[in-house]
Design a protein around this ligand. Structure first.
Ligand code: BTN
Length: 239
């Protein structure tokens, strides 16, 4: 449980859907926290940020681990009016918004939802739907690298920035991206670290290799003509 809830605001968020920011010193998972809020009827636009997560969730059942203050840990509650097959676009939009928020970082989107710099992971996005219209989109973005254990040093990176400044820039960018969701596939194609690469796709039930060639209108990945809607992708060779 969080020790204390602090509501927080910034005038630069006026006019966006993200006005109510709850800043938590510690929580198990900001995604879990907002899914509970969603179940209690919270509206679109509520934001939860934590200094520390004790059970941060990653994709495919993995954990997101970072010491207090070393990552921006943020989740937003959305109630997207999109058909289910297009909901992936809101997660791609979150990754694009991170790129928008850090224009000089040289960041790109690694399909499906990672933000990478020179193939090292800067941020990960996890979207969780409650099956009743709410989608919680959470992002962890590293702002310090001094804590990386040996196994992360070659595959992760950080961008040194004040977390509050990053939060405001990301929320503003994400609000704009959600308002122009039809542009997401076009822009994610331009900013992709995956397209044109040889990749290994892990579907859980099956693994295969091929060249990632395009995104579909839903934001799914096309690899050797096969459409991959979910799974894990490893880049096999430098671009
Ligand atoms: C991944 O790369 O696997 C996705 C990581 C997502 C981590 C963020 S941190 C804030 C939010 N709360 C969570 O429990 N997970 C997401």
């Amino acid at each position: 449980m969080p020790q204390a809830d602090a509501t927080w605001s910034d005038p630069r968020l006026a006019g966006t859907r993200f006005r109510d920011v709850i800043w938590l010193p510690s929580v198990d998972s900001t995604n879990r926290y907002l899914l509970d809020r969603a179940a209690a009827g919270a509206p679109e636009g509520v934001v939860a940020v934590a200094d520390e997560q004790t059970a941060g969730r990653g994709r495919l059942g993995r954990a997101w681990v970072a010491p207090p203050g070393a990552s921006l840990l943020v989740s937003v509650l959305l109630r997207p009016l999109l058909p289910a097959e297009r909901v992936h676009l809101v997660t791609l939009a979150a990754a694009l918004a991170a790129i928008d928020a850090l224009p000089d970082a040289g960041a790109r989107v690694k399909w499906p939802n990672d933000v990478v710099v020179d193939d090292r992971k800067l941020a990960g996005v996890l979207a969780e739907a409650d099956g009743a219209g709410a989608v919680v989109v959470g992002m962890g973005l590293n702002v310090r690298d001094d804590w990386f254990p040996a196994d992360l040093r070659d595959i992760a990176t950080a961008y040194a920035i004040d977390r509050r400044e990053l939060l405001v820039a990301w929320l503003r960018a994400y609000d704009a991206r959600l308002a122009a969701v039809d542009r997401v596939v076009h822009d994610a194609t331009r900013r992709s670290a995956t397209l044109g690469r040889r990749v290994r796709v892990d579907l859980g039930s099956e693994m295969f290799e091929g060249v990632a060639s395009a995104l579909t209108d839903e934001g799914y990945l096309v690899v050797d003509g096969r459409i991959v809607s979910a799974g894990d992708v490893v880049h096999l060779r430098p671009a």
